[in-house]
Design a protein around this ligand. Structure first.
Ligand SMILES: [Zn+2]
Length: 664
């Protein structure tokens, strides 16, 4: 998106959509899209604004905090603004964050920067003001400047001390109130019994509970709290603030931890991720703070968030991204499956770049157009799918998807029987339906792609990821997500071994095509005879007939293969996806020029394939069948029937030693 106007337009649309969903959530207590999807939109907006700061406006959701205070509550202005945090979702985001803040630090500060890692509780931020050690006011964050007075409600939370031992005239403490997973379930059970709507998550209940006008309701819901900040000058590190809070009798999270470096932060994040299930309250990630309070202050704030802290969140189970294209894939039964090609995006910690759309009806149900922004997830936590289209973000350039009339693999007219929702290719010889040709294509003597056996080919075809061998070269790691038994590591390995085979000698390529009657030897002969794929494609039947080692049946089957329209299309596609075919070196008039060799028996000092190569390098030819065309027979140990036949034909026979002298 290089065009400035497009960027500005996108930012405007994102702001509008995010504000709409925030309003629903905070004011109407409704939710139309998941937190994860909303976070994903906010992240896109944040990133765009980072790249184009000239488009940041004060009304941007990235510049605002929380929700507006409710009218029913008394307002409490905060002495210092209560910020919220920017999100990070990956190591790269964290490295980017450190890079951004490092630019504002001196060399010395940069080297000394360390962190404090905390658990990010899925609750509601609160502020407590103690006057002469007595809890006087408790409030919500509100819009960051003004919160709601919920003192009476917070006084019902057992872990919030009503009185603390301090000499400070006034002490401001900040923290989080939340509800346990167990309590959440019980409240929802009670709601269900009464026929009332269920709460979406524990945070909703916590927020709803502290904002009750009747403190008795709040008291009935066993809220808990953690303190994480105290506004008191003269404390050197954030870690020491936590120590002080603990001393004062506040509940602090025992899993919080000092981190010396970003490496330590990653380790902490991983540890917390494993802990998540075992905790009796919900967390959605970690909070990482610059530990040195002076540095933290120096870094200042940008918009609604301090630069010195970041919410390093867990992988999200949903994200938003763009549909770049819709492709049709052909299954084993000839079924056509539309697949959305996506701008790569992380979902549950894995990058996905495709999502199945199942069939034409599903595309209609979603109302999906090419170019749309969509919410994607992973069905059953595995198969990437499109959950919802966000038509609000359309620019007018989106394109309607049209189901093709013909099979993209073989060109046959598609059929759909009454009552079926799937279009099918009726051609039983359709490339996409012929699995054996795929197995042959990747086999040892052909493309020899590591880790790509028949089982994986079957899966790729069944998932509709490939419909002809050229598609293999367009696979991306993200495409393999969701394929059963496909670990991330093996996906990476497979993609890189396919990449390695992007360059292939012409002879191997011809062999890989699986043309009837063409073995390795004939493929070599064809490669040397024609020298390039173009010449081979242009060849007439008599050109093949004229070749010494090729009989009329073979000549015809090669000619027929190269004349077929769908094969021509396939060959064009190979070139389009970037396959490089290496032409054989022009045969110099070597000293074996014009001579045809045959090998029989085993050789001691040279591999047979290498020996054949030497012969070809020197201008000679090799063959597998004994005939009068053979000039020299190389006989190794235990030579068999070929030797007998050669003797009968009176051919010239030499041993290994003589052969070595010949090629020396
Ligand atoms: Zn077909």
């Amino acid at each position: 998106m290089a065009d400035k106007k497009e960027v500005k337009n996108r930012i405007e649309k994102l702001k509008e959509l995010i504000n709409h969903h925030r309003y629903l959530y905070h004011v109407k207590d409704q939710q139309e899209i998941s937190d994860a999807a909303l976070d994903s939109l906010k992240k896109e907006l944040f990133d765009l604004e980072q790249e184009h700061p000239e488009f940041i406006t004060s009304d941007s959701p990235t510049q605002r905090v929380g929700g507006a205070p409710l009218k029913e509550f008394k307002k409490v202005p905060h002495k210092q603004r209560m910020f919220s945090l920017n999100d990070a979702f990956s190591k790269e985001d964290m490295e980017e964050w450190l890079k951004r803040i490092s630019r504002l630090l001196t060399e010395e500060e940069k080297n000394a920067v360390d962190f404090y890692g905390e658990l990010k509780i899925d609750g509601l931020a609160i502020e407590l003001i103690y006057k002469d050690g007595i809890l006087e006011t408790g409030s919500t964050r509100g819009d960051g400047f003004i919160g709601e007075d919920i003192t009476q409600n917070l006084k019902t939370v057992q872990s919030i001390p009503l009185q603390i031992k301090t000499n400070e005239k006034e002490l401001v403490v900040r923290g989080e109130v939340f509800i346990s997973k167990k309590e959440f379930e019980q409240i929802n059970k009670a709601q269900e019994k009464k026929g009332l709507p269920l709460y979406a998550n524990p945070r909703n209940i916590a927020a709803g509970s502290v904002r009750q006008l009747d403190p008795k309701i709040t008291a009935a819901r066993k809220l808990d709290s953690f303190a994480y900040d105290v506004l008191l000058p003269g404390i050197k590190t954030h870690e020491q603030k936590h120590d002080l809070l603990k001393e004062l009798g506040f509940k602090t999270n025992p899993h919080n931890q000092y981190c010396k470096s970003l490496e330590d932060v990653f380790y902490f994040y991983q540890k917390v991720g494993k802990l998540r299930e075992k905790l009796d309250y919900e967390i959605d990630g970690t909070v990482v703070m610059v530990n040195d309070n002076a540095l933290f202050e120096k870094l200042g704030t940008v918009g609604k968030a301090p630069r010195g802290a970041v919410a390093f969140k867990f992988a999200q189970s949903q994200a938003t991204t763009k549909v770049l294209d819709v492709k049709i894939q052909v299954g084993r039964t000839g079924a056509m499956t539309p697949v959305a090609v996506l701008e790569p995006v992380q979902v549950s910690g894995i990058t996905i770049s495709r999502a199945t759309l199942h069939n034409e009806d599903e595309i209609r149900r979603l109302g999906l157009k090419i170019g749309d922004t969509v919410i994607v997830g992973r069905a059953g936590d595995v198969i990437p799918n499109v959950i919802k289209v966000l038509p609000e973000l359309r620019t007018g350039k989106e394109k309607e998807f049209v189901m093709p009339k013909a099979c993209p693999s073989c060109g046959t007219k598609l059929e759909k029987t009454d009552g079926d929702i799937v279009w099918r290719c009726p051609n039983p010889n359709c490339f996409a339906r012929q699995r054996r040709s795929f197995y042959h294509f990747v086999s040892k003597s052909a493309f020899d792609i590591d880790g790509l056996g028949p089982k994986i080919i079957d899966r790729l075809l069944d998932e509709g990821l490939i419909s002809d061998p050229a598609d293999l070269f367009e696979l991306k790691e993200g495409d393999l997500v969701g394929i059963e038994r496909f670990a991330e590591k093996s996906a990476e390995n497979l993609i890189s071994s396919i990449k390695e085979k992007r360059e292939i000698p012409l002879a191997k390529f011809i062999y890989a095509l699986g043309i009837r009657n063409i073995g390795e030897e004939t493929a070599l002969d064809l490669a040397h005879n024609f020298g390039s794929l173009e010449k081979l494609r242009d060849a007439k039947l008599e050109d093949f007939d004229a070749m010494a080692n090729i009989g009329p049946i073979v000549a015809e089957s090669v000619y027929e293969w190269f004349s077929a329209k769908d094969h021509a299309k396939l060959l064009d596609k190979f070139l389009k996806v970037g396959l490089k075919i290496k032409n054989p070196k022009k045969q110099a008039l070597g000293k074996l020029s014009g001579k045809t060799f045959i090998f029989t028996g085993s050789l001691d000092s040279i591999d047979r394939n290498l020996a054949k190569e030497k012969v070809r390098d020197l201008g000679g030819k090799t063959t597998e069948s004994v005939s009068a065309h053979v000039d020299i027979v190389v006989a190794g140990h235990e030579a068999g029937s070929k030797l007998d036949k050669a003797q009968k034909l009176g051919l010239k026979i030499i041993n290994e030693k003589e052969f070595l002298q010949l090629i020396a």
